[in-house]
Design a protein around this ligand. Structure first.
Ligand code: ARG
Length: 459
C-alpha cells in the first residue's frame, strides 16, 4: 500500500504509526509549489536526456491538470502520506504509469526543501507587504499628530513632553527594521536545493542553473548534504516574526494603556473594540490585547524550530517534517494580526483635551535644570536645585509652575523672572531640535525620512 517506498516492506504500516507519519494536513498548502517544482524537474530531466520530450510534455501537462483538480477541490485520501505523494498519485491517475518517471534522480528530501523555500519566498513578500501597509498607517498617524504634545514616559512615569507624531514614529522604525528582516529571510530562502537528491546529489546531468532560473531562485545550494537539512532561512523568518511580534505586543500595550480612562490619550476605532456581556459601559481594546497575546505563539514557534534542529545529525532526518507547521503558524498569525493593527492605528484618534489636562508641569523639570545650565550652572548642581524645587512643590501641594519666584531665587541666585517662560510644553519640545529629537523641525525631518523609506524600492 505504501506507494512511494513499499517495495522493501513485507507488512503494512502499523495503525498507530499512520497519523504520526502523515503530514498532509499541514503540508497540503504546498501543492502549488510542489506542482511548480515538479514541472521544472520534468523539464530538467528532458534537458538532461533522461526523459524524451514527449514524456516531458505529458508530465508537465499532467501536472497542470493536477493543479486544476486541486484548485477545484481537495482530493486527498487517507492513503496520501504528504503533499508529494498526493500530487504523484493524482498525476498517475491523470497520465498513467509514466508518472513513475517523474521522481527520477529526485528525493522527497530535496523536493520538500524546494517546496518549502518556494513557499517561504512568497510568504516573505506577503508579510513584507502587510508590514508596509502598517508602516503607512503610522506615517499618516504621525502626519495628523504633529501638533499634539503628550507626556512621554520612562518607567511608565511621566518624563518629558513629546509630540504625538514622535510617539507614532517611534513605532515606525522598529517595524521598518522588521520589514527588512523579512526581506532578508526571503533572500535566505532563495537558494535552490533541488538536484541534491536524498543527500549525495543527482547522478543525472541536471542543469541546476537552468532549474534555478526556471523556479525563480537567486542562488543554488553549494552542498547537497547541507541542502537537504538546511532550515536556516526558516529560523531567520521565524525570528523576524518573533521580533515583529515583540514590537506589535509593545505597541498593543501602549494602545491598551493610552486608550484607558486613566491615560485618556487615544480613542481606538469601535470596529476593533468589544463590549462586555455584563458591564454595559465597557469598550475594551481587545484587538490590541489579542495581538499582544498572539506574540506568545510567535516566540514559541521560533523556540520550537530551533529546538527541533538542535543536535540533528548531518543529512535529512524525519524530525524536519515538523518544521513547516511552526513557520506556517508564524506567517498565518502575522497575516491575521497585521491588518488588524493597521486598522487600529489607521483610525486611532488622539484625544487632545484629555491629553492637555494630563500634562503636569513636572514634565518640565529637566527644562528648568537646563535653564540654569544656560546661566552657567553645572548640570549636577542645577539637577539638585530643581529636585529641591519639586520637593517644595510637593510639600505645598502646588504645581511647579505656580511656586512663588522667591523660592526659585532662594534655591539659586541664577534664577531670574524669565524662568516663567520655561513653563511651556511647546518650548520644551521645540528645544529638542537635535536630529531624532521631538521639535517640530526634527519630527518633520524624521517624517520625511519615513516617507522616503516607504517610497524606496524593496531590497
Ligand atoms: N513529509 C516529509 C517532510 O515534510 C517529506 C520528506 C520525506 N522524506 C523522507 N525521507 N521520508 O519532511
Amino acid at each position: 500500500m505504501e506507494g512511494l517506498w513499499g517495495g522493501r516492506f513485507g507488512e503494512g504500516m502499523a495503525d498507530a504509526m499512520i497519523p504520526l507519519n502523515r503530514s498532509l494536513n499541514v503540508d497540503y498548502r504546498l501543492w502549488p509549489h510542489d506542482v511548480r517544482g515538479s514541472q521544472a524537474w520534468a523539464r530538467a530531466l528532458v534537458r538532461a536526456g533522461v526523459l524524451t520530450s514527449e514524456e516531458g510534455i505529458t508530465l508537465v501537462s499532467g501536472l497542470e491538470k493536477v493543479a486544476e483538480t486541486l484548485t477545484e477541490q481537495d482530493f486527498s485520501e487517507a492513503q496520501d502520506e504528504d503533499i508529494h505523494s498526493l500530487v504523484e498519485r493524482l498525476l498517475r491517475e491523470e497520465v498513467g504509469p509514466i508518472a513513475g518517471k517523474l521522481h527520477t534522480g529526485r528525493s522527497r528530501n530535496d523536493q520538500v526543501a524546494t517546496d518549502f523555500r518556494l513557499w517561504g519566498m512568497e510568504a516573505g513578500h506577503e508579510v513584507t507587504d502587510f508590514i508596509h501597509d502598517l508602516l503607512s498607517s503610522f506615517r499618516s498617524l504621525a502626519e495628523r499628530s504633529l501638533e499634539i504634545i503628550l507626556p512621554g514616559h520612562t518607567h511608565l512615569q511621566q518624563a518629558q513632553p513629546i509630540r504625538g507624531a514622535h510617539w507614532a514614529l517611534s513605532h515606525f522604525w522598529p517595524l521598518l527594521r522588521d520589514r527588512d528582516r523579512f526581506i532578508q529571510a526571503g533572500i535566505a530562502a532563495s537558494s535552490l536545493p533541488l538536484g541534491s537528491g536524498a543527500l549525495a546529489g543527482c547522478p543525472f546531468p541536471i542543469d541546476r542553473e537552468w532549474l534555478r532560473e526556471a523556479l525563480g531562485f537567486q542562488r543554488i545550494s553549494e552542498n547537497s548534504l547541507d541542502a537537504v537539512s538546511d532550515r536556516d532561512w526558516a529560523v531567520e523568518m521565524a525570528f523576524a516574526g518573533a521580533l515583529l511580534g515583540v514590537h506589535l505586543s509593545r505597541l498593543g500595550e501602549d494602545l491598551v494603556l493610552f486608550s484607558s480612562r486613566e491615560f485618556g490619550y487615544l480613542k481606538l476605532p469601535e470596529g476593533f473594540c468589544t463590549g462586555s456581556s455584563l458591564m454595559p459601559q465597557k469598550r475594551n481594546p481587545d484587538a490590541a490585547e489579542l495581538v499582544r497575546g498572539k506574540t506568545g505563539r510567535l516566540l514559541g514557534n521560533l523556540t520550537g524550530l530551533l529546538t527541533l534542529l538542535k543536535g540533528l545529525p548531518t543529512g535529512y532526518n524525519r524530525d524536519l517534517q515538523e518544521d513547516k507547521e511552526l513557520l506556517f503558524d508564524t506567517v498565518d498569525t502575522l497575516l491575521q494580526v497585521l491588518p488588524v493593527m493597521r486598522g487600529v492605528v489607521g483610525m486611532a484618534q488622539f484625544n487632545e483635551e484629555s491629553i492637555e489636562k494630563g500634562l503636569d508641569p513636572e514634565l518640565l523639570a529637566t527644562d528648568i535644570a537646563d535653564y540654569l545650565v544656560r546661566k552657567g550652572v553645572p548640570f549636577r548642581e542645577s539637577h539638585q536645585v530643581v529636585g529641591k524645587l519639586v520637593r517644595e512643590g510637593e510639600e505645598r501641594e502646588e504645581p511647579l509652575s505656580q511656586l512663588p519666584f522667591h523660592l526659585f531665587k532662594n534655591l539659586h541666585p541664577a534664577f531670574e523672572e524669565d524662568v516663567r517662560q520655561i513653563f511651556s510644553f511647546e518650548s520644551s519640545v521645540e528645544a529638542r531640535e537635535v536630529s531624532g529629537g521631538t521639535a517640530r523641525g526634527a519630527v518633520e525631518a524624521q517624517l520625511e525620512l519615513a516617507r522616503q523609506a516607504l517610497a524606496a524600492p524593496l531590497g
